[in-house]
Design a protein around this ligand. Structure first.
Ligand code: NAP
Length: 305
């Protein structure tokens, strides 16, 4: 099968090559999915799981990409809940070969049915950003209606999902980003926007929840804004700055079929909009994943036309 592989961590996404790889085999409780579209998070080359298996052994050449939408073509031993021919979308295991390929072997529990009226490109854009937003807000952040949320990177892949879900849940949403992100963040529903390059973050006042996708100094300044009993949720590694009288959580998103169902239903009924930028074929994926200008949204690779 055709696949994008990486072998050199230092080279980053520039080290991607399109090559031929053996088709994967379905293990216990797996399905094989013929991939129609694949999502990619630009920081994947920095994740240890791109380079090693669960035992810490080198797994290069490694196929990146962890979001997919496609069609089930085979079932592994003991697999239940999905059937051959079914449209699915979901989140591939971090330590196994990923989704920038024509086929992937993936545990069935990591997938959800993709309704027939949702395009594969849309399906592939949702799993990581949608589930991360959902779990960060509702599971780890315990968001309640009427609370104030500070969403960093509000025009990004995760940030646009956080903004929309938080608003739907009845929160007051303050988004941040670069100056150029203001219109987009407002368009996705932030009530206020803070330009981190020019505005004073402290002027936003006290907040109940910070959803941090940036870290470092931004995280430190944000922790100081959290009300007593509030929460700092980080998705960029261990929390470096804790709120004085609140909780701090860092987490890695997990696959969840029921939550994928909630997310895709919101896309179908118009409550959730996707943030898709460039769409490219697998043949053009290396170029598309190494853009020379700023990304306009999530890049989705359309593996099958
Ligand atoms: N733990 C998890 O489970 C998990 C899940 C998903 C994502 N992540 C991580 O979360 C981060 C965000 O992911 P994403 O897919 O949402 O990325 P993204 O689409 O690039 O969004 C991040 C946004 O934040 C902006 N930003 C970054 N640093 C900034 C700064 N110093 N000042 C102002 N704006 C800044 C970015 O602008 P520029 O593009 O101009 O920098 C971009 O608009 C990544 O590091 C990713 O690896 C973690």
């Amino acid at each position: 099968m055709k696949a994008i592989v990486v072998t050199d961590q230092a080279a980053g996404t520039a080290g991607m090559t399109l090559t031929e790889r053996p088709e994967p085999r379905a293990s216990i409780n797996d399905v094989i999915v013929q991939i129609h579209a694949s999502g990619f998070v630009p920081t994947e080359m920095e994740w240890p799981s791109t380079w090693t298996d669960r035992a810490g052994r080198d797994k290069t050449p490694s196929i990146p990409g962890h979001e997919l939408a496609g069609v089930v073509t085979a079932l592994g031993y003991g697999t239940t809940g999905l059937s051959v021919g079914q449209r699915v979308f979901g989140l591939a295991d971090w330590h196994r070969d990923g989704t920038l390929a024509e086929y992937v072997a993936i545990e069935a529990r990591n997938l959800a049915p993709l309704p027939g009226d949702v395009d594969f490109t849309v399906g592939a854009s949702l799993p990581i950003s949608g589930l991360t937003a959902w779990q960060g807000l509702f599971q780890h952040g315990r968001l309640q209606s009427g609370q104030t949320v500070l969403v960093h990177g509000a025009a990004g892949a995760v940030g646009t999902m956080v903004t929309q879900l938080a608003r739907e849940a009845g929160a007051y949403v303050i988004g941040t980003g670069r100056a150029a992100d203001r219109e987009k963040a407002l368009d996705f529903g932030v009530h206020e926007f803070v330009d981190l390059e020019n505005d004073a973050l402290k002027d936003v006042g006290a907040v109940d929840l910070v959803f941090d996708v940036i870290g470092g100094d931004v995280q430190k300044r944000s922790a100081a804004l959290i009300k007593a009993g509030g929460t700092l949720v980080s998705i960029v590694g261990p929390v470096e700055s804790r709120p004085a009288d609140g909780l701090a959580v860092d987490f890695v998103v997990e696959a969840d079929r029921a939550e994928l169902g909630e997310i895709v239903q919101r896309v179908r009924d118009g409550r959730l909009r996707t943030n898709i930028g460039d769409i490219a074929s697998l043949d053009d994926a290396v170029g598309a994943l190494n853009p020379t200008t700023r990304r306009r949204g999530k890049t989705v690779i359309r593996v099958r036309p």
